[in-house]
Design a protein around this ligand. Structure first.
Ligand code: SAH
Length: 243
């Protein structure tokens, strides 16, 4: 399951800044193939270059089409987007919901994720040619997002499932009970030594400390640090400032 078959299609974009930002959003989310239908002749391509940043290759590699149907002609699945309610949009789904289907079809051939004009979105005829309509949940009073921001949110949802992102994993293993108990015993001694608690209240106070420490799962490294802190405090309490 890869992202290579996903084509981002922009229909009649007006602004170079948006075009460049779309390229950047695509590259951030592991996509590279941009199709542009009939862009504005006034488009400022210098803005596009500036906003594309490290995604210049996506911008330079964009393919131009004269009309929407030829831009999606080879695609086996087409997803349209709209920020507005209306005809063909009643069955719109949020971006996350369309991802499994989009990735499944991308095994079979190119799939298109289509975005509309900054001023007028996609026409009803264009939406009618899409298999699914995606609507990004947004505030009812201002439902329409910036074009590149809409592209980013949609591509992000695809990337989370289909991309090569590996969430960072904790490298230190979880501490076992024996090392946790060693840590608590050091803290017990420290807190008695510095007069934070008296012998008769120690069990009760240590229960509080245990509760705090149990809020997260401590790793071996965490336990080492907390033991080190306690030992140093004990040393400092006995010998004064080490500097
Ligand atoms: N008034 C226009 C604004 C278009 S914004 C309209 O919505 O018809 C430009 C493009 O960004 C839209 O065509 C669509 O592709 C995308 N977009 C903006 N807001 C969106 C939203 N809430 N959900 C899905 N796509 C959105």
């Amino acid at each position: 399951m890869g992202l290579e078959q996903i084509r981002i299609v922009l229909v009649e974009p007006l602004y170079g800044g948006n075009l460049g930002s779309v390229c950047r959003a695509m590259a951030n989310m592991g996509l590279a193939e941009l199709r542009v239908v009939n862009p504005s002749t006034d488009m400022n391509l210098e803005d596009a270059r500036k906003m594309s940043c490290h995604a210049r290759h996506v911008l330079e590699g964009r393919r131009l089409y004269e009309d929407f149907s030829s831009a999606i002609a080879d695609c086996v699945f087409v997803v349209g987007t709209s920020g507005l309610e209306g005809l063909y949009r009643q069955h719109a789904v949020p971006p996350r919901a369309v991802v499994p289907e989009l990735l499944r079809f991308s095994d079979a051939g190119p799939v298109a994720y289509v975005f509309g004009r900054e001023d007028n979105g996609l026409t009803n005829e264009e939406l009618a040619m899409c298999h699914r309509i995606v609507q990004i949940p947004s505030h009812a009073a201002t439902p329409s997002l910036n074009l590149a921001q809409a592209v980013l949110l949609c591509c992000y949802e695809v990337f989370v499932v289909g991309g090569d992102y590996e969430p960072p994993v904790e490298k230190s293993p979880f501490a076992d009970s024996a090392s946790r108990e060693r840590m608590f015993s050091i803290w017990n001694d420290l807190l008695l030594d510095i007069g934070f608690m008296k012998e008769d209240k120690a069990d009760h106070m240590m229960q509080g400390i245990r509760r705090v420490m149990a809020r997260g799962a401590l790793t071996r490294d965490d336990v080492q640090i907390m033991m080190g802190v306690a030992r140093q405090m004990q040393w400092a309490a006995k010998h004064g400032d080490p500097t």
